[in-house]
Design a protein around this ligand. Structure first.
Ligand SMILES: NC(=O)c1ccc[n+]([C@@H]2O[C@H](COP(=O)([O-])OP(=O)(O)OC[C@H]3O[C@@H](n4cnc5c(N)ncnc54)[C@H](O)[C@@H]3O)[C@@H](O)[C@H]2O)c1
Length: 280
């Protein structure tokens, strides 16, 4: 019989959890899952974002689209266990976990949460919150949903890092002309630490679960175009060999590849989609 390799990208009936599913890239994870034939399970603290994703993807892919939304704080193990129990009751299996949620301060977009913040003034409470969502939340999800995968002897975990999981932010691109030095915004240290930490979590779990049928990998997206001002877009584009920011739809095929049987020999890996930024 003729082999059709593209069939390996299909994930029919697979229950696929996306943390932070109501955000910008959450939409793309959801599209990847739905296009592969899977059931997308979105976890987010903001219900409106998940509704937006659900409505938009359902409109695009049709009424048969399977998307579930759980208003869930991933820093609470108890809340995650509740989701796990409901999913097991309904489907009997959990197949994919995409650890995507993060406090993602969009410094370039005049993010409300930061203001001017030099490293030595960076508040410990923000550090704690960022680590709680980006690292502890990912670890808790891996514990709670990974245990199910371990029992099933199959599963895939995809940790969403960043180019800033590999390189330091070039703070010059966030500078604004005419703004005093002590009021310039910078990408916070917690973001670098969370994104580097996720690559460590990936490698640890890839080895830990290698003989249990669970693959664990990292995807590093970078420089998503999302209405930033032209000055910022121009500055960042100069750091990228492809000379431009990325479009969110440029991630979907890679996500589906990494969570499907198209990638059965990939574990512990870091896949970088950055237009070449980290090679300079
Ligand atoms: N946008 C980019 O340019 C970019 C670049 C590189 C990497 N990334 C990474 O991709 C991932 C998604 O980024 P995005 O741009 O879609 O961010 P986003 O801010 O649009 O989405 C993140 C989502 O996580 C949710 N969230 C926050 N705390 C939570 C909690 N405690 N429990 C559950 N959900 C919670 C938020 O409500 C939000 O919907 C992040 O890990 C980010 O670091 C983004």
């Amino acid at each position: 019989m003729k082999k059709i390799y593209t069939n390996r990208f299909e994930i029919p009936g697979k229950v696929c959890i996306v943390t932070g599913g109501g955000g910008l890239i959450g939409m793309k994870h959801t599209e990847a899952i739905v296009e592969g034939g899977g059931i997308a399970v979105l976890l987010d603290i903001v219900p409106q974002g998940m509704e937006r994703v659900k409505n938009s993807v359902t409109e695009e892919y049709g009424e048969d689209t399977k998307i579930e939304c759980f208003v869930t704080d991933i820093t609470s193990r108890e809340a995650l266990e509740k989701v796990r129990d409901e999913l097991l009751e309904k489907y009997g299996h959990i197949d994919v976990l995409i650890n995507n949620a993060a406090n993602n301060p969009k410094v370039e977009g005049g993010s409300k949460n930061l203001g001017a913040m030099r490293f030595h003034e960076f508040p410990v409470n923000i550090w704690d919150q960022d680590i709680a969502v980006g690292l502890t939340g990912a670890m808790l999800c891996a514990q709670v949903f990974g245990e199910v995968m371990e029992k099933q002897k199959s599963g895939v975990i995809l940790n969403i890092s960043s180019d800033y999981g590999l390189i330091a932010p070039d703070q010059r691109i966030y500078r604004k002309e005419g703004v005093p030095e002590d009021q310039q915004t910078i990408k916070p240290v917690s973001y670098s630490v969370v994104k580097h930490g996720l690559i460590g979590l990936t490698k640890y779990l890839a080895v830990y679960w290698a003989d249990k049928g669970i693959r664990v990998n990292t995807l590093c997206p970078a420089s998503l175009e999302n209405g930033q001002d032209p000055e910022f877009q121009s500055k960042i584009s100069q750091l990228i060999p492809l000379g431009r920011m990325s479009r969110p739809d440029e991630y979907v095929c890679t996500i589906l590849y990494m969570i499907s049987d198209a990638a059965t020999y990939m574990t512990g890996s870091t896949v970088v989609l950055d237009g070449g930024r980290t090679i300079w």
